[in-house]
Write a protein that binds this ligand. Structure first.
Ligand code: NAD
Length: 370
């Protein structure tokens, strides 16, 4: 494990290894970049096969959060944490409280949230030891389920795609195929049917499928057939790597725009492949930033109306991404990275001049001073 070489490779700022004998906690917190603000990112719990595997994962995920926050226009940096352990067998109040104390020890440089393997309950245990945690239940003053905000942002992003492709952002009469109608997919289908779009859905979970078809008018296809549906827009809302060597040639759509994370199996090849096929791709981490916008809102006192409004801003952000892609003749996922990097570089310069006490609104909020 060549730790400093790994930090230097993608310019990570800080790595914290956390161990607690009583609870058996083994965690790694990675902070990638705090130019824009404190690093925010979830805590993933997984039975990693080795420390190296956990380290590779946390470094990659932390860097992804830097880009996501920057592109979303948030004053947050990128970070992530992993707890090494089986979420079913090893989770306990003691473990998450020990973890919470390590988060507290970072003094607000890292703010955590739930991720795969952790949930609202786990974050409530973390909250007992630190205020640097988001994704708490609505009942405790937190932001609760992020999926309505993610769906609103995804829908706004689809409208931006439609505007570029067809000259109008109305989705009335457009045919959208949706892969996965879980938490986000459900609300997305709601927006689409209300807008007058024709919707085709699929899911591997019969209950989730029934919930959507009972509530909204939509057609159903088998999960494997979703890639072959001739439609205007394909919305991946289930799992990652769905744009791959098998599915790319099968797609019969003009736009790919959905909430799933890491949609491109091989970012470089499949991002370019979509571009060459003439398919407009809404970069996943930009169009699905509603979830992050939702938890970021918790830092200033949660208000869902404000979070939904902010998620609608994804329309303008994607429009900027598409402008960069056109001007620089590059795939849209690359253009999103460039947008994020430029914002970090520019704001980094603005922040470089000295202010006594650094009494900006964000600094005050984070210190809990109104
Ligand atoms: P979810 O688990 O509630 O829903 C996913 C749905 O996809 C489930 O109904 C599942 O049965 C279905 N599915 C799984 N494999 C499938 C397959 N092969 N074919 C068809 N359907 C399949 O998850 P979610 O919260 O709705 O999130 C959906 C996607 O969006 C995920 O990739 C998630 O990482 C991403 N995302 C979610 C949020 C959020 O706010 N929940 C925010 C950002 C990104």
């Amino acid at each position: 494990m060549r730790v400093f070489e790994q930090l230097a490779a993608k310019n990570h700022e800080q790595l914290t290894f956390c161990y607690d004998e009583v609870s058996g906690l083994m965690a790694i917190i990675a902070i990638h970049d705090t130019t824009l603000g404190p690093a925010l990112g979830g805590t993933r719990m997984r039975a990693y096969a080795s420390t190296d595997e956990a380290l590779t994962d946390v470094l990659r995920l932390a860097r992804g959060m830097t880009f996501k926050s920057a592109a979303a226009g948030l004053n947050l940096g990128g970070g992530k944490a992993v707890i090494i352990g089986d979420p079913k067998r090893d989770r306990s109040e003691t473990l998450f409280r020990a973890y919470g104390r390590f988060v507290e020890g970072l003094g607000g440089r890292y703010i955590t949230a739930e991720d795969s393997g952790t949930d609202v309950r786990a974050m409530e245990w973390v909250r007992m030891e630190t205020n640097w945690v988001t994704g708490i239940s609505r009942a405790l003053g937190g932001s609760g389920d992020p999926s309505p905000v993610t769906a609103r942002g995804t829908y706004a992003g689809m409208m931006a795609c439609a505007k570029l492709r067809w000259g109008s952002d109305s989705l009335a009469g457009k045919h959208v195929s949706v892969q996965g109608v879980g938490a986000v997919g459900y609300y997305l289908v709601k927006h689409l049917t209300e807008a007058g779009a024709k919707v085709t859905v699929c899911d591997v979970d019969a209950d989730n499928l029934k919930r959507v078809t009972d509530a909204f008018k939509c057609e159903v296809v088998a999960p494997e057939a979703i890639f072959d549906v001739p439609a205007d827009i394909f919305a991946p809302c289930a799992l990652g790597a769905v744009i791959n060597d098998d599915t790319l040639p099968r797609l019969k759509v003009e736009i790919v725009a959905g909430s799933a994370n890491n949609q491109l199996d091989d970012e470089r090849r499949h991002g370019r492949g979509l571009m060459e096929k003439g398919v407009l791709y809404a970069p996943d981490y930009v169009i699905n930033a509603g979830g992050l916008i939702n938890v970021a809102n918790e830092l200033e006192g949660y208000n869902q109306e404000r979070a939904l409004k902010q998620a609608e801003g994804i329309y303008d952000i994607l429009t900027s991404v598409f402008d960069i892609a056109r001007r620089e003749d590059i795939p849209t996922h690359k253009a999103a990275d460039n947008l994020a990097l430029r914002r970090i570089a520019e704001i980094g310069k603005v922040k470089s001049f000295y202010i006594p006490g650094a009494n900006t609104r964000q600094d005050r909020t984070l210190r809990g001073v109104s």
